[in-house]
Ligand binder design. Structure first.
Ligand code: TTP
Ligand code: MG
Length: 442
């Protein structure tokens, strides 16, 4: 196709001024057709995304939706079958969004190295160095040894004997978290925190999302002395993948023209929204990359993965319509594990593992809840739940341990084996404030 325009980074089509250099030779028919649709002629060059400053003098910009409408209108005149005109909403359709995902590098560990210079440049793990301890996170010096989040401390020490364990200081992490959130809010109100150290920002209204991301990174460094990585793209899924792509201290943009190739080569476990269990199921179906996933009909994905299949169909094409939601209210938080083999004698031990994970997540997400729910799935797939509600939110790991053990001890198994155990904390005191029981005085 001849080059008459290109997509700007605001998702608009830029038409080049019709100078001799960029006006291609065209057939008389093409020329006639273009006359009907004004200055808009043929193909859109999707391979270049020029920076805002290289706009040629005299060029005009039109929203891409208008251009597509003009193409379709022109086609209506030529085809015996005339496609219907688009719904009026088409014209007010959202421009291409600009989403940034920011994620601090080795967050807890970097804070510890920042505050204790003797730890800098050394392999450290934040977490409890006991027989049941797990690594919350590892410094980048420890990662080449295979030390990572959620790894048992014993295994971590075996992999990296010189690993230094540091106990977590959540109050410090929370205050850094508040600092970075304050920075995000200087650029947009549409900030959706995912945990203490990461957030999505919708900066569609700004001129260059990449410049904003770069600026936010330097502000974070200046104010917290910590590095963050940023990903920039047109939706949450791609922005999240992009922030991970050049870690640590990275900045990576997936521009609209690169989405197809990028997604095609991506292993399914890297998609934001496809968890470990789903990825494994996809592997068993022979789906390993975005390109494999793209081969599947939407109905087949729904057949295998339920409603989520619709979303996976979109992900394979780089489509993710989830909005950046500033006040996402979390109702509960939990963890569960499915055993490789059904069991009836390791439940106590498995419950401890799940509980550790739940406690870590409660801290990470600053979530508080008054209700603890124990979930069990038997070998015949029958599921039961047992719960207890307290007057105030769970405030210690010991308390969570005691309640979950009591709930488990009260279950009558009738000799059945168990295939899954899960623990959830819900019912935040703040959320239930508006349904306080009225007091009647007699
Ligand atoms: P992540 O952003 O997942 O990890 P990270 O910041 O340590 O490293 P990366 O550079 O790869 O982003 O999590 C943020 C913090 O949350 C992490 O520093 C510690 C805590 N965390 C846990 O406590 N348990 C976990 O399983 C994970 C994944 C994180
Ligand atoms: Mg991080």
């Amino acid at each position: 196709p001849c080059r008459v325009g290109s997509l700007t980074d605001t998702g608009r089509l830029r038409l080049l001024p019709r100078t001799g250099r960029n006006r291609p030779e065209r057939s008389a028919r093409a020329a006639r057709r273009s006359a009907r649709v004004g200055s808009c002629t043929a193909g859109i060059n999707r391979t270049t995304l020029p920076s805002p400053n290289d706009e040629p003098p005299g060029s005009i910009t039109l929203p891409a939706s208008i251009i597509f409408y003009l193409f379709r209108s022109a086609n209506r005149l030529h085809h015996p079958y005339r496609p219907p005109l688009p719904h009026p909403d088409f014209f007010t359709a959202m421009p291409i969004r600009k989403i940034i995902h920011i994620d601090m590098d080795a967050f807890f560990a970097s804070v510890e190295q920042r505050d204790n210079p003797s730890l800098r440049g050394r392999p450290i793990a934040v977490g409890y160095d006991g027989p049941r301890g797990v690594v919350a996170t590892a410094s980048y010096e420890a990662r080449p040894y295979g030390v990572h989040s959620a790894l048992s401390s014993v295994v971590a020490k075996r992999l990296c004997p010189e690993l230094i364990f540091i106990p977590a200081r959540f109050e410090v992490y929370r205050s850094v978290s508040q600092q970075i959130r304050a920075i995000f809010h200087e650029y947009t109100d549409l900030v959706e925190p995912l945990s203490l150290d990461e957030a999505f920002l919708d900066v569609t209204h700004t001129r260059s999302a990449t410049l904003v991301a770069r600026e936010i990174k330097s502000r974070i460094l200046a104010e917290t002395h910590l590095t963050a990585s940023a990903g920039v793209s047109v939706n949450k899924m791609l922005a999240k993948i992009a922030s991970d792509y050049r870690k640590p201290d990275g900045l990576f943009t997936i521009a609209p023209a690169q989405i197809d190739d990028f997604v095609a080569g991506l292993p399914v476990e890297r998609f934001f929204g496809i968890g470990a269990v789903t990825a494994e199921k996809m592997h068993s179906l022979g789906i390993r990359t975005g390109a494999d996933l793209r081969q599947w009909e939407e109905s087949a994905l729904v057949h295998h993965f339920g409603k989520a299949g619709h979303a996976y169909y979109g992900y394979a094409r780089g489509i993710d319509d989830r909005p950046v939601t500033p006040n996402r209210i979390r109702k509960s938080l939990g963890a569960e594990t499915t055993f490789a083999e059904d069991t009836d004698d390791r439940l106590q031990q498995e419950l401890e593992g799940v509980r550790d994970e739940v406690w870590t997540r409660l801290q990470r997400h600053e979530f508080r809840g008054k209700t603890v729910v124990l979930k069990l799935k038997y070998d015949n797939f029958q599921q039961i739940t047992r719960s207890r509600t307290l007057l105030t939110a769970i405030d210690s790991e010991t308390q969570l341990a005691r309640i979950s053990e009591e709930l488990l001890a009260a279950v009558d198994f009738h000799g059945r084996k168990v295939r899954l155990i899960g623990l959830t904390v819900g019912n935040t005191p703040e959320a239930s404030a508006d349904c306080i029981q009225l007091r009647f005085d007699f």
